[in-house]
Design a protein around this ligand. Structure first.
Ligand code: 13P
Length: 336
């Protein structure tokens, strides 16, 4: 294993007051985001979207790493610099999404994640582009019959195999088991499922001999379903999330970075902040790795127009700053 390399990457990612930006939307998902501002999705408009976010002045004060999509690796900033190089020059660690999306699991409606077969080869290529960490996402839908034990086992084993392959290449794995917010489920359901999913994941990582010291957990929060009737409040989400993490995540894990998963930007920030207000002595660094909750306000301000670029970039950096404050328990909604 490339211990030194992995250790350095962790040191640069898990920085107090900073978090990770997920800018790794597939062309299809980026297309949805662009459609929301009536902008056609082409390779060039997607490049402009990345430019808007990644060239924002001062983002490096709050962002330690960025997860990119493969398409972005070969695209350049307006100044003609490849995006991974551009990030590196700002002191931000470039990362890459390496899963290849979802597939039906055993002809059911549950989903597993594609991409393991070609992974070792792709990791070598991504490393040449400067990527130092890699994300793999598994998803779980809560319903009366899901997730099943079988899918939890399968996804955990795949996450462990991918994590092992990354470490063998000197790349830090960012394992992402996402329990989806969609549905009417209660926070109790979310707590039970998140607990089971994380328990199984860490047992699979152990079996595969993945070194947890060089692994980042990208987790969802324990939260009521988006369509649930009585959704739990901020304090409750923070309390339940920490309860599950403490019961399942070994303290060897250096950093837990949450996804936003369909929470509003304000909710995602408030929840993270409440966790830090609740407990000043967490065994891991706890931060963010949001995509939507960091980029949505910027996207709205931008509207795909050059003349709005500055305003959009300020909106992005403002959001990053509020989340930075949340990692220190210093956010307040009056700062919105
Ligand atoms: P959201 O924060 O929009 O959920 O995205 C995070 C992510 O990387 C999902 O894979």
């Amino acid at each position: 294993m490339h211990e030194k390399e992995l250790e350095t990457t962790i040191k640069h990612l898990a920085v107090p007051g900073k978090g990770i930006l997920a800018a790794d939307e597939s062309p299809k998902t980026a297309g949805k985001r662009l459609a929301s501002i009536n902008t056609e999705s082409t390779a060039e408009t997607r490049r402009q979207y990345r430019q808007m976010v990644l060239a924002a002045k001062d983002m490096e004060k709050y962002i330690s790493g960025v997860i990119l999509h493969e398409e972005t690796l070969n695209q350049k900033t307006n100044d003609g610099v490849f995006f991974p190089k551009h990030l590196e020059l700002k002191g931000i660690v470039p990362g890459i999404k390496v899963d290849e999306g979802l597939a039906h699991f055993n002809n059911t409606d549950e989903e597993c994640t594609n991409g393991l077969e070609t992974l070792p080869l792709r990791l070598k290529e991504h490393k040449k582009h400067g990527c130092k960490f890699a994300k793999w996402r598994a998803v779980y839908k809560i319903s009366s019959s899901t997730p099943t034990k079988e899918i939890i086992k399968r996804n955990s084993e795949d996450l462990a195999k991918y994590a092992k392959a990354c470490q063998e290449e000197g790349i830090v794995p960012m394992v992402e088991p996402e329990v989806l917010i969609d549905g009417e489920h209660s926070i109790d359901d979310s707590e039970r499922v998140t607990h089971d999913v994380l328990k199984e994941l860490f047992s699979a990582l152990k079996k595969e001999k993945v070194n947890l010291k060089y692994t980042i957990l990208k987790s969802s929060m324990v939260i009521s379903g988006k369509q649930a009737k009585d959704r739990a409040g901020v304090e409750e989400v923070a309390k339940r999330t920490l309860k599950v993490l403490k019961a399942t995540v070994p303290s060897d894990i250096p950093s837990i970075n949450f996804l936003s998963g369909g929470q509003t930007p304000q909710e995602a920030t408030a929840h993270l902040d409440a966790m830090h207000k609740l407990d000043k002595n967490l065994p891991w660094y706890v931060s963010f790795s949001y995509a939507r909750a960091l980029q949505e306000p910027a996207l709205k301000a931008w509207q795909g127009k050059d003349e709005n670029m500055h305003k959009a970039q300020s909106a992005f950096v403002h959001r990053a700053k509020l989340n930075s404050l949340a990692t220190q328990g210093k956010y307040s909604s009056s700062m919105e």
